[in-house]
Write a protein that binds this ligand. Structure first.
Ligand code: ADP
Ligand code: MG
Length: 237
């Protein structure tokens, strides 16, 4: 009973005001697997916008998953403001992050539950949901539906276009009030609507946020101020 309490205390100590750093980092999925990332050294200042590009299989998603605290480094260090991230404090780091995937997972609940993702139904702040939807430019559509924010999506509910799903992903990020936004484009077939939603969101609403985009699309690179090129698990530029 005491342990979660203690962990909670440690968790509350992750402060991000300077930089994210990967130091001499190596990663492989399993002991007998080849190395996927080799000697990675990166420093990302708070508020920076960084693009991660490279061919398929070069390690972009793996790098992103490490930055999100989903995969622990096999060797080397992952630091926030110089503080080592370990399994004791990684949950607190994840609280800083909103991941906006290309194909957002919509659970079989209401649109409100999907925006306030992971929050217990009776703890959802309705005003904040509406505010997030408004900023993500999806509120007009939701309000057109008969049941509004209580409309079921996912398996039981309505179908949404790629761009609309992306807007829900953005609303989810806004609800969370995360200060780090991560976009990992899984394929090169980002449709134009989705790309536009993403571009205008990053340009208009991410002024003080740290943004990391893994992409094949060179058109998205106009949004970033720095590009990391990764080939065969190594940063080449
Ligand atoms: P990218 O996002 O640049 O396409 P990934 O990070 O997804 O690259 O993959 C990098 C390498 O790691 C690839 O060789 C891929 O096959 C391998 N890989 C990815 N995920 C796993 C996994 N869960 N288990 C083992 N190998 C994996
Ligand atoms: Mg990938």
């Amino acid at each position: 009973q005491k342990l979660p309490q203690k962990n909670k205390k440690i968790n509350s100590l992750i402060n991000f005001s300077k930089y994210i750093e990967l130091k001499n980092l190596n990663f492989r999925y399993q002991n007998d697997n080849p190395w996927v990332l080799n000697n990675i050294n990166v420093k990302i200042e708070k508020g920076a916008r960084v693009g991660v590009i490279g061919p398929t299989g070069s390690g972009k998603s793996t790098l992103i998953d490490i930055l999100m605290g989903l995969l622990p480094p096999t060797k080397g260090e992952f630091l926030i403001d110089g503080k080592l991230i370990s399994n004791l404090n990684v949950a607190a780091w994840r609280d800083h992050i909103a991941h906006v995937p290309q194909n957002i997972f919509l659970s079989d609940g209401t649109i409100e539950e999907n925006i306030a993702f992971g929050v217990a139904k009776d703890r959802i702040n309705h005003e904040r949901v509406e505010e997030a939807a408004k900023q993500a430019q999806i509120s007009c559509l939701i309000e057109e539906w008969q049941n509004g924010y209580q409309t079921y999506v996912g398996e039981r509910g309505i179908k949404l276009s790629g761009g609309q799903r992306q807007r829900i992903g953005i609303a989810r990020a806004l609800y969370k009030k995360a200060d780090v936004l991560i976009f990992d484009e899984a394929t090169c077939s980002l449709d134009n609507e989705t790309e536009q939603v993403m571009t205008s969101y990053i340009e208009d609403s991410c002024k003080d946020k740290t943004v990391i985009i893994a992409t094949h699309k060179h058109s998205l690179l106009s949004l970033v101020d720095r590009v990391i090129i990764i080939v065969d698990g190594k940063i080449i530029a």
